[in-house]
Design a protein around this ligand. Structure first.
Ligand code: SF4
Length: 243
């Protein structure tokens, strides 16, 4: 678990599982894979298996030790709904999120089918934000899978955005994050794709967060859109509705 995070939309990370396997085009330049290999080379014990899926039960209760409430990205180095993670273990992670209820938890998956399958057996408290990643229009079905869960606050991570998404069904969605790919080999993002999504969010009154343009040097391209940053978070109204 790390207090503070370079990821713009969260405040801390907690990894009760590490490692994953690639599942769709958005995974091509997976940041977690690159970082895991680096941490393995540095002999960080949690990364002794590199990017192989590894449960980290010793990390399970860490949020309980953090007394000040934070927004925590759960499994930034894995995917909590990976087929190799036993359902009982996922339930244990949810159990900790219930007990350490003073934090907000951001869970993000590309495995929306497994999420949909398990969701009815999970308890969805208002402090658990559930999101799916969608990189291209042919993965929009993940949004329907998310919509049909009992998650009280639902969000989309459209990153790395690899194509236009002109008709996103935003019903029941509270928050949208958009970002371009960054790092070596980054695939380009057309600015029109971004403004199109921003405008859909505004019409649907959904909070919009623009993370970055990306590119090989993301500091250079920055995160301004139409002359300003977009750092909206799901609003009080949304959270009131979730209670
Ligand atoms: S699902 Fe996420 S963590 Fe897993 S390989 Fe793809 S991008 Fe990486």
């Amino acid at each position: 678990m790390a207090d503070g995070s370079p990821i713009e939309w969260t405040e801390a990370t907690w990894n009760p599982v590490t490692g994953c396997t690639k599942i769709s085009p958005g995974c091509k330049h997976c940041y977690a894979l690159r970082m895991s290999m680096r941490l393995q080379a540095m002999r960080q014990p949690n990364y002794r298996n590199g990017f192989d899926l590894t449960l980290q039960p010793q990390a399970l209760e860490l949020p309980l030790r953090w007394k000040k409430g934070r927004r925590i990205f759960v499994n930034s180095m894995s995917d909590l709904f990976h087929e190799g993670i036993p359902e009982e273990y996922i339930a244990q992670v949810f159990g900790v999120m219930h007990r350490a209820h003073w934090h907000q938890y951001q869970v993000l998956t590309k495995r929306s089918e497994r999420l949909a399958e398990i969701a009815p057996r999970l308890e969805w408290r208002p402090n658990i934000w559930m999101g799916v990643s969608v990189e291209r229009a042919d993965y929009m079905y993940r949004i329907d899978d998310l919509r049909h869960t009992g998650a009280r606050l639902k969000f989309l991570s459209l990153e790395p955005l690899l194509g236009p998404l002109p008709n996103v069904d935003l019903s029941g969605i509270d928050w949208v994050i958009v970002g371009g790919e960054s790092g070596p080999g980054a695939r380009p993002m057309d600015p029109n794709w971004v403004t199109e999504i921003r405008d859909q969010c505004r019409s649907a009154r959904v909070a919009f967060f623009f993370k970055q343009w990306g590119g090989v040097r993301k500091k250079r391209t920055g995160r301004q859109l139409d002359g300003r940053t977009w750092d909206e978070l799901p609003g009080i109204a949304t959270q009131e509705r979730a209670r």
